[in-house]
Structures are given as structure tokens and as C-alpha cells.
Design a protein around this ligand. Sequence first.
Ligand SMILES: C[S@@+](CC[C@H](N)C(=O)[O-])C[C@H]1O[C@@H](n2cnc3c(N)ncnc32)[C@H](O)[C@@H]1O
Length: 242
Amino acid sequence: MPAPLVYQSNNKSPQKRKQFVQNMFDSLVPTYDLLNQILSLGSHRKWHRDMVSRIGRIEGSMVLDLCCGTGDISKVLIDRGAKTTSLDFSLEMLKRGLNKGALGAGANIMGDASVLPFKSDCFDAVTIAFGIRNLPDLDSFMREVNRVLRPGGKLIILELVRPDNRLMRAFYSLYLKKLLPIIGGIISGRPLAYKYLAGTISTFVHPLAISEMLLKRGFASVANYPKTFGVATVMVCAKGGV
Ligand SMILES: C[S@@+](CC[C@H](N)C(=O)[O-])C[C@H]1O[C@@H](n2cnc3c(N)ncnc32)[C@H](O)[C@@H]1O
């Protein structure tokens, strides 16, 4: 039986919320990849490929994959010839990524996506898939990513969001409230963790508000590409200064 996970989604301290999220992802590793496959009905692979193709010329470029988890995005990047650095604060996720051969060929770092251990202007692109809605300090995340990108470099965000269409949003909200915690809970044995994850989608800031924040924090342009009836979005954000 897995140890019980304390449910602290209403915790106001960013450090405590990070600790909670880190412990939660450590505990979800055994069934994480399987559940991603089931809960996205296989769509996540298509979204991954779409996200990576938005970088543009990729062979030989320096790419940082933040909140890399078990390394699915990093693997696509490495397979396409990017010099990839992968970062996550869950050691168990990183270990699984190494064991399944997704992370082996790049530099792999255990660290916080909002406090980056890299010098300024050193990456051509930064990717983050299903990570930003877990970050309690979006402001420092955006400033840090902007700092480590070279002028003209791109931040590509893939995230689950609420569809704009009212009918779709009603169906999706039912799915998030009822089905996702039940399926996730049964398979992982962690119903509260999947309830928390569904909650982070229901309460996360709208992509347009994220775009505004990015523009205020030094990005020159942001474009939004909704996916699969608007349940996910790919955001392409370019740093200015070329
Ligand atoms: C939903 S998973 C996504 C993993 C992977 N990108 C994917 O597409 O499957 C979110 C990941 O973000 C990581 N994470 C959350 N907050 C983080 C932070 N502040 N710094 C680094 N990693 C973080 C978690 O440990 C987890 O592996």
C-alpha cells in the first residue's frame, strides 16, 4: 500500500506547495506513463510532436526541457538532434526517465524550474509540457526562462486548459471532476493526487492571461495554438532582441 499523501492544495506558501508537488510526483512514478496514455486517449504523443516542431530548426540547437518528468519530450528532442538538457525536481521521475532510455543521451539535472542553474543567453529554446500549472511562482519562472534564452530564442509551453466552447467546457469539467480522479485514483492508488491534478486544470489562469504575463516579463511575442477541441494548448513565445 502506498503511504498516504497529505492533500495541501490550499497551501499558500510557495515552498510548501513545491514540496507537496515534488512528493506527489515522486509517488506517482510507477503508473505515471500508463495513466498519461489512458487519460489523454493517446493524444499526448501527437501534442508532444507538435510542440517540438514549433521550435523550428532543431538539429544541433541547445534546448532545455523543464519539468521533464520521465523524459518523453526530451526523447523527441534528442531523436531530432537537439543538444538537450532536462530538468525536474522529482528524482523518481528522472530515474524512471533514465531507466526507460528517454533521458540517457542528454544532461539531466534535478532542480527547480523557477531558479535555473544556467548562465544567461545560453539556450536556443526551452520547452515545458504540463509543468507550468504546477508552479506557484510563475513570475520568477518567466523571468528565469527569459534570462537563459538567447535573443530570439523560443519558449514552447504545452499545457492542459479549459476549452473556450461552452458545451465542450461543460463536458470537460465533468470529466475533470468525476472521471479523471476515479480512473487516476484506481490505477495509481492515489485518488487525492489525481483530484489535485484535475483541480489545477480547473483553476489555472487562462492562456490569454499567461500571454499577457509573458509579454510583461520580456517576451516579444506569444502565439497560442489550441489542440483537440481546446483541452490543450501550445504557446510559442519568442524572446526579443535579435
Ligand atoms: C505533469 S508532469 C509532466 C512531465 C513531462 N513534461 C510530461 O510531459 O510527461 C509535471 C512535472 O513537473 C515537475 N515539476 C513540478 N514543479 C516543478 C518545479 N518547480 N521544478 C521542477 N520540476 C517541477 C514534476 O516533478 C513533474 O515531473
